[in-house]
Design a binder for this molecule. Structure first.
Ligand SMILES: *[C@@H]1O[C@H](CO)[C@@H](O)[C@H](O)[C@H]1NC(C)=O
Ligand SMILES: *[C@@H]1O[C@H](CO)[C@@H](O)[C@H](O)[C@H]1NC(C)=O
Ligand SMILES: *[C@@H]1O[C@H](CO)[C@@H](O)[C@H](O)[C@H]1NC(C)=O
Ligand SMILES: [Zn+2]
Length: 398
């Protein structure tokens, strides 16, 4: 599913960790005291696939020039925040019966935050072939928290969340490849340095308005990014081999940009056809243009906000799912494609669905920080207290 070298080095690390006698060492190889290099201007001769790509509008391969109609159109459907029993049912209905032209099942990406998440449902999404990705433990108190976070803080929020997902949802950490910051608030170099040190592959928090027509493709941070900085500070350091999956904005009915569908200020009226046509217009900028991946970014709460939002969304998915060259896939598969771009069929094989066993436990736990009670469904066995930043496995009361 992922690039072979990465997989092998991870395997090697896992083996080393095992040799060190069960020490649950997080996968980090870089040193915090190493200064970052300033990112230089990108040139194609210095920056080549599979592990380097300049930012911008260039097609994934020079050979694609003039053959845009043969580039497979990838669509990423992503949802942020807690997974619970209400939105889980919506996700089931949304993806029901959708099969890509290569006969692999359609899948989405879930940027999960910890609080109120039902980990047994995360496990179910994972086993269905969806991507489970990171959206932090605390979700923070606002944009200041994330803008000012240092590398250690960001590593704690996301690194400890990996431990939670492993422990409570039985997600293999090798399958956790990406993150999205709460409020899309990046912290300059720090977010990306932290992500890289956690051995993640990509971030998908950075919106672009300037590069929506034609649309921007994913790229790496080896060299300076040309992407417009909408919610700064943006990184200036070189973060080799780390991918940015830019959030290419949609346009609302008044011409304003929105990074996420549910953030549009002037959406169409609450009517299935008006919503459907609007989605189609946004889609066509990609599909009839350079075929850069088309992102559908939202929160499940949007389905409650308008009576016809869900129906319109589903209608749109059924429509694009009939097109012979459109693939509904995960963000990490998009990066995989970017590393090995091809015309026509984008992937050699279907992603293997993970098989895990998850015996549901309903746990009533005290949140040490506030004294509140929280109910939490997890796989296999309950923690002692409500897990939180600093105590991700909820092992001891103090
Ligand atoms: C990592 O950083 C520490 C200081 O924090 C230093 O003593 C050590 O030599 C560094 N290791 C490497 C491999 O750079
Ligand atoms: C990011 O890192 C680069 C390279 O070390 C440095 O020049 C720049 O000042 C850093 N930016 C911030 C906001 O720390
Ligand atoms: C997908 O399945 C259909 C029906 O089972 C078959 O006709 C078609 O050739 C398959 N396509 C691919 C790409 O395997
Ligand atoms: Zn969020």
């Amino acid at each position: 599913m992922f690039h072979r070298v990465t997989f092998r080095s991870l395997l090697l690390l896992a083996l080393c960790a095992a040799l060190v006698h069960g020490e649950e060492k997080p996968i980090e190889e870089t040193n915090s005291s190493l200064p970052l290099k300033k990112a230089e201007r990108c040139t194609v001769d210095k920056c080549q696939l599979p592990n380097c790509r300049c930012s911008g509008l260039r097609l994934p391969s020079a050979e694609f020039q003039g053959r845009e109609k043969e580039i497979p159109q990838l669509i990423t459907i992503t949802f942020d925040d807690a997974v619970n029993v209400i939105n889980y049912e919506q996700y089931q209905q949304l993806f029901q019966g959708l099969v890509n032209p290569d006969n692999c099942t359609a899948s989405g990406t879930f940027y999960v935050s910890h609080e109120y998440t039902d980990y047994t449902l995360v496990n179910a999404l994972y086993q269905q072939g969806h991507e489970i990705a990171l959206h932090s433990i605390t979700h923070g108190s606002g944009t200041d928290y994330w803008r000012e976070a240092d590398v250690e803080q960001i590593m704690a929020e996301f690194g400890q969340q990996i431990e939670m997902l492993e422990q409570f949802a039985k997600v293999n950490r090798r399958h956790i490849r990406g993150m999205r910051l709460p409020f899309l608030q990046i912290a300059g170099n720090n977010s990306f340095e932290a992500a890289k040190r956690l051995d993640l592959l990509y971030d998908s928090s950075w919106p672009t308005q300037r590069y929506r027509n034609p649309a921007m493709w994913p790229y790496t941070l080896d060299y300076r990014s040309v992407q417009d900085c909408q919610i700064g500070p943006c990184p200036q350091a070189s973060i080799p081999g780390f991918w940015v999956n830019p959030m290419v904005s949609w346009v609302d009915t008044q011409g304003y940009s929105c990074a996420m569908i549910d953030a549009c200020i002037f959406p169409p009226k609450d009517d299935v056809d008006a919503l459907f046509q609007w989605m189609l217009e946004n889609f066509k900028r990609h599909y009839e243009g350079n075929r850069a991946p088309f992102g559908m970014y939202l929160h499940a709460a949007w389905f409650q906000r308008g009576r016809h939002n869900f129906e319109a969304f589903r209608k749109f998915l059924l429509h694009v799912n009939k097109l012979p060259d459109v693939y509904l896939t995960t963000a990490s598969r998009v990066i995989h494609y970017m590393k090995h771009p091809t015309l026509g069929r984008p992937f050699h094989s279907c992603p293997k669905k993970p098989r895990t066993t998850c015996v549901k436990q309903n746990c009533a736990l005290r949140k040490v920080e506030t004294g509140e009670m929280r109910y939490m469904n997890v796989c296999d066995s309950c923690p002692t207290v409500y897990p939180w930043l600093g105590n991700p496995l909820g092992t001891t009361a103090y």
